[in-house]
Design a protein. Sequence first.
Length: 389
Amino acid sequence: MRHFILKTLLYLSPVLLLIGVLEYIMYLNRETVQINAVIEGQVNCKHELYYFKDFFDNSPYSYKVKMAERKNARILVIGQSTVLQFGKEMFAPFQDSFYNIGFSIHNVYGLQSILGMIEKKKIRRPDLMIIGIDADLIKKRLVENDYLDEQTLNFDPAEHLAYHFAGMQTLLKQMVFNHSLAFIPHSNLGYGQSGMRGEGFRRDGSLHYAGIISNYLENPIYVDRGGYKAMLKNKDYIFTAPYELDSMKMQVLSECLKKLKAIGVQVVLFFPPISNDFYSFFSSDAKFNNFFNTYLALQDTFEAKHFNVIRFTTPKRFGLTDNYMLDGIHPGEVFVGKLWHDFIVSKPRRGIISRIDTASLNRLINTGYQIPLSFMRDTLVFKRKHKTH
């Protein structure tokens, strides 16, 4: 029996060695750090740390909600990925009481879950909530991933062996297809392979796109990196049929807004911009264009109900170029800062919005150290030497 065990171990030793090496590489990249430890690290570190894993699921709902509980913020931003460029610097003097919980929800049912946590006092009732109203947030889908529950909140892939093996598979594919050891970290700026390189969620919840910014610095032109025109053409991802608003989701959204108003939360609805390039492309798609115009008509509906709305636009309509867009549907932080500034100086100011330092915001969006995509405030990642293009 002993001889059999030794032969088996000898036979399996190459596999066990490979597993050990892959796990060690993930450890070096801080991919295996658990979410609670990530939050503690970000909150307590004197400089910015970034969080984004490449071999594990980032569990944005769990991460963002737990961080929101810690931040105890008076200003919350919530939505899908299009709101991730709202950052604390746009909200002086409330930088330390701001959190962007964006990318934690798939649709309005996620908003409903977050509101439930506010009502149960798991998350502080904010004075101001900016809600990103993406078309996909309220669009009808044939397959849904709707509800966010306590199990989802407490789930961390780094705690489960099966996800370690899945991460090893992803890493092994990178090794095979890239033919390099580029995954060995050369910097220590956060958690996860991307986070170590300065790309990922900042402690204020906004997302730093270090890779896109680096590419822009080398070649300052607009690129639809997300491939959204191809997705629309192929009816893929967020552009799947049917092209219509979901009446149930609209009802849930309406109920959420009423509850927020009833508990004294100042609400701003953000209809995110899209690039001139993508807007021109989908305008020729009659079905999607009709749906999008129906979606845009909601802006008037909400304003008629006395909700504040940052209205949809394109860079061209705003006097800018597509260089201010990260891709077809994601605005860069400078564009978002300009939209926010334009909104608060053009509307009657009340509540906490009346206390936001517009002079500070004006200096931020007009600083000479920015590029169209970024304020270049991540000084540990980039040197502040690039003037505005």
